[in-house]
Design a protein around this ligand. Structure first.
Ligand code: KG4
Length: 381
C-alpha cells in the first residue's frame, strides 16, 4: 500500500510518498518547500501569501516526489474532459493550481497511490484549503480514498521517522510549534487528552515575536537559539518573567514574556541594543525563560499522571536547550524520552503520510467529505 502525504497547514508545503511494510513503513519520497525567506520580510507568516506559495509549489513538489519514488509515468490516453470540468469546480478557489493540475494530468497517468493523507487542521485556514482541495481533486480524478489527518498527531508520530521509539504508556506529549503549545496525556497511540494549552501565544510564536522585536528576522527560534549558545555567561543583568510557572495547572501564557522583552529593550540605549553581547544575553534569557516554563509544566504533568514516557514534537523541539533539559528531566524521573530527529521536528509530509498506519483514528473517506478545520483539537473536539 502506498500513501501520499500532503501538508500545507502553515508556511511549509510538504509532499511525501510512503509504502506500508510488514513492520512499519518505508519512505519513498519526502520533500518540503519552505517559505521562510518570503515571510522573513514581514517578521511572521502572512496567510494570503502563504496560500499563494502553496498553490505555486504543490504540483512541482508532487512531480518531484513521484519522480523520486519512481512513480511518474507518461500518460497513454487523453484526459477525460468531463472530469476536467468537475476538477475546475473543485479547484475554483485555486485557479493557478487547477491550470497546473490539468497540465500534469495531460502529461502523466494515474500514479500507483492507494490512499491520500492530508492535514485538515489545526492551521491557517487559507493554507489548509490548498492542501485539502488538492487532495480532493486527486481523490476525485483518480478515485483515491482520503484521510483528513490531525497535524499535531503528526508531530507526535514524527518520532517514529528514521529511528526506533521506546514508548510506554501513559505518556506525556509536549507539542511545541509556531502555532501550538500543548501538554497531552497519551493513553496509547490514537488516544489523547489535552491537559495543558497556551492561553495566548505558542512557544514558537514567542521565539518568533521576540526575535522580531530584536530585529533578528523570521523564524526567530533558530536565531535566538544560536545567539543564546554564544552568550559567555549565564549571570547577566537581564531578568525576564517565567509566566505561570508557579500555577498548579499545565497551561501556558507566553504573550507576557514578549511584552517583558519589549519593556526590557526600551531600557537600553541604541548602542546596547545593537551590541552582540546584548543580543546574545537577551536571547539566552528568552530561551531560558521559555524552556524553564515548558520543563516545569511537563515535570508536574509526569508526576501527576505517573507517566512512563515523555514524547516531544513540533518545530521548537529542535531547540538544543529544550532537548538538554528534557534529557535531564527524563533521567531524574526515570521515564523514557522520545525526541524527533531534528530534520523531522518541523512541518513535513512524512509525518502526515505515516499517521494512518500508526494511529487507529482514521478510516479512509470519499473525497467529498473532507474539509479543513482551522482549530481542530487532537481529541476531535
Ligand atoms: O512545527 P513548526 O515547523 O511549524 C508550525 O506548525 O508552527 O514550528 C515552527 C516553529 C517556529 O516558531 C520556529 O521559530 C520554531 O519552530 N523553531 C525553533 C527552533 N527551530 C524552529 N524554536 C526554538 N529553537 C529552535 N532551534
Amino acid at each position: 500500500m502506498k500513501i501520499l502525504g500532503i501538508e500545507t497547514s502553515c508556511d511549509d508545503t510538504g509532499i511525501a510518498i510512503i509504502k506500508k511494510t510488514k513492520a512499519d513503513f518505508e519512505i519513498l519520497a519526502g520533500f518540503v518547500s519552505s517559505q521562510e525567506k518570503l515571510h522573513s520580510q514581514y517578521g511572521g507568516v502572512f496567510p494570503a501569501l502563504a496560500k499563494r506559495e502553496h498553490q505555486k509549489n504543490i504540483i512541482p513538489l508532487f512531480e518531484k516526489a513521484l519522480k523520486k519514488a519512481k512513480m511518474l509515468k507518461k500518460a497513454d490516453a487523453l484526459p477525460n474532459s468531463k472530469k476536467i470540468q468537475k476538477l475546475k469546480t473543485i479547484l475554483e478557489r485555486n485557479p493557478e493550481l487547477f491550470d497546473q493540475l490539468k497540465t500534469f494530468i495531460e502529461k502523466y497517468k494515474k500514479p500507483d497511490i492507494d490512499c491520500i493523507n492530508v492535514t485538515i487542521g489545526p492551521g491557517l485556514e487559507p493554507c489548509l484549503y490548498v492542501g485539502v482541495n488538492f487532495a480532493k481533486a486527486l481523490g476525485f480524478y483518480w478515485n483515491i480514498k482520503i484521510n483528513g489527518v490531525h497535524h499535531l498527531e503528526g508531530h507526535i508520530l514524527a518520532n517514529f521517522i528514521g529511528q526506533k521509539v521506546n514508548i510506554d504508556f501513559p505518556a506525556i506529549g509536549l507539542i511545541v510549534s509556531g502555532g501550538n503549545t500543548q501538554i497531552i496525556l497519551i493513553e496509547k497511540i490514537g488516544k489523547y487528552k489535552i491537559i495543558g494549552d497556551t492561553r495566548d501565544d505558542a512557544a514558537g510564536e514567542c521565539f518568533d515575536k521576540t526575535a522580531r522585536l530584536l530585529g533578528l528576522g523570521y523564524p526567530g527560534g533558530k536565531k535566538i537559539s544560536e545567539l543564546a549558545s554564544m552568550a559567555k555567561t549565564n549571570k547577566f543583568n537581564i531578568s525576564l518573567p517565567r509566566p505561570m510557572i508557579y500555577e498548579k495547572n499545565f497551561d501556558f501564557s507566553f504573550s507576557g514574556l514578549k511584552t517583558a522583552v519589549l519593556y526590557e529593550t526600551k531600557k537600553r540605549t541604541k548602542k546596547e541594543l545593537l551590541s552582540d553581547t546584548y543580543k546574545q544575553e537577551i536571547s539566552r534569557e528568552i530561551e531560558n525563560a521559555i524552556v524553564d516554563v515548558l520543563i516545569k509544566k511537563v515535570r508536574i504533568a509526569i508526576e501527576k499522571h505517573g507517566a512512563k514516557t515523555l514524547i516531544i514534537g513540533g518545530g521548537v523541539s529542535a531547540n538544543k536547550k529544550l532537548r538538554q533539559e528534557a534529557k535531564k528531566l527524563a533521567k531524574e524521573k526515570a521515564v523514557s524520552l522520545d525526541l524527533p530527529k531534528i530534520k523531522y521536528s518541523a512541518d513535513n509530509a512524512i509525518m502526515i503520510a505515516i499517521i494512518s498506519i500508526l494511529s487507529p483514528n482514521y478510516k479512509e473517506k470519499n473525497w467529498k467529505t473532507i474539509k479543513p478545520i482551522a482549530n481542530l483539537k487532537i481529541n476531535g473536539k
